[in-house]
Design a protein. Structure first.
Length: 283
């Protein structure tokens, strides 16, 4: 039997056999709609699926594909469209679960390619035997929150869902003012304590469905999805939970915060949403 199961022509199958025989990574080739055209044994094993199920789109009862936070992943059509429109690679940590129980952790690298003159998406799958985000350095080591790279990926996914579902996506930026002066007065260890406390407050005080991330040295970010309205309520909630006084040594300190937000229907690209939020933060 061929090492590659193909839903396309025999010619494509033979070409793929030559290239991926013996690879220890999972390989998937999809069209622009996310339909799997070719796959190998490793991909099926990592996805906890039969190769026939990968090709036909059939999924066993209780089988789910989640991101590293436990949230449902966008469907493959959304991800394929995103990669082909951007023309740049996309890397996503994934967790395969069945009946609520995680079965395997995978790192998926998406690439836009040309096959026989047609635009396709090549997906490379690798197992992750440690915590998914830590294995790629995607979590901020101080706060444990997603870092900038993972934030940008989450924001892009949120924009894709907003476009396809007719919902809204909001980005909130929270700037901790005069952090350098705080470090100079209280020491860097106290400054780290301040940042970790703010991170914990945002993580615990906001909805589990929101992404809370560390955007920069003195900035946090929140990505939220909602059916209507604006991000003002989310921004004010973030300001409230992060702005409570806290004790540093023997002193009680109230963090100085600036907050901005941008709400979009998903039509604006990631860099435009970020630029707008950063611009508002300066006013």
């Amino acid at each position: 039997m061929s090492v590659v199961e193909v839903a396309a022509s025999a010619q494509l199958a033979s070409v793929w056999d030559d290239y991926i025989s013996g690879l220890n990574v999972g390989v998937l080739l999809t069209d622009e709609r996310g339909q799997v055209l070719a796959t190998n044994d490793v991909a099926a094993e990592l996805m906890q699926l039969a190769k026939s199920d990968l090709l036909t789109g059939v999924r066993p009862a209780g089988w789910r594909l989640r991101d590293d936070t436990g949230a449902a992943m966008p469907d493959w059509a959304e991800l394929a469209g995103q990669v082909l429109r951007a023309g740049s690679p996309l890397s996503i940590p994934m967790v395969i679960a069945r009946s609520g129980q995680p079965l395997s952790r995978i790192w998926a690298d998406y690439h836009a390619v040309q096959v026989q003159g047609r635009r396709r998406v090549l997906i490379l799958l690798q197992p992750v035997h440690t915590d998914v985000p830590h294995s790629r350095g995607l979590l901020d080591p101080l706060t444990g929150l997603p870092g900038r790279v993972l934030l940008l990926d989450r924001l892009e996914q949120s924009l894709v869902r907003a476009r396809s579902r007719g919902t809204l996506s909001t980005l909130v930026l929270i700037d901790v003012q005069q952090l350098a002066a705080f470090n100079a007065e209280h020491g860097f260890d106290r400054g780290d304590d301040l940042l970790t406390t703010l991170a914990d407050r945002l993580r615990e005080g906001l909805s589990d469905e929101h992404t809370v991330a560390r955007y920069g040295g003195d900035e946090f970010a929140v990505v939220a999805e909602h059916p209507s309205g604006t991000g003002e309520t989310i921004a004010e909630q973030a300001r409230e939970v992060a702005g409570w006084p806290l004790r540093i040594g023997r002193k009680q300190v109230r963090p100085g915060l600036r907050v901005s937000w941008v709400t979009t229907d998903g039509q604006a690209p990631v860099h435009s949403v970020l630029a707008r939020a950063e611009q508002q933060l300066q006013h």
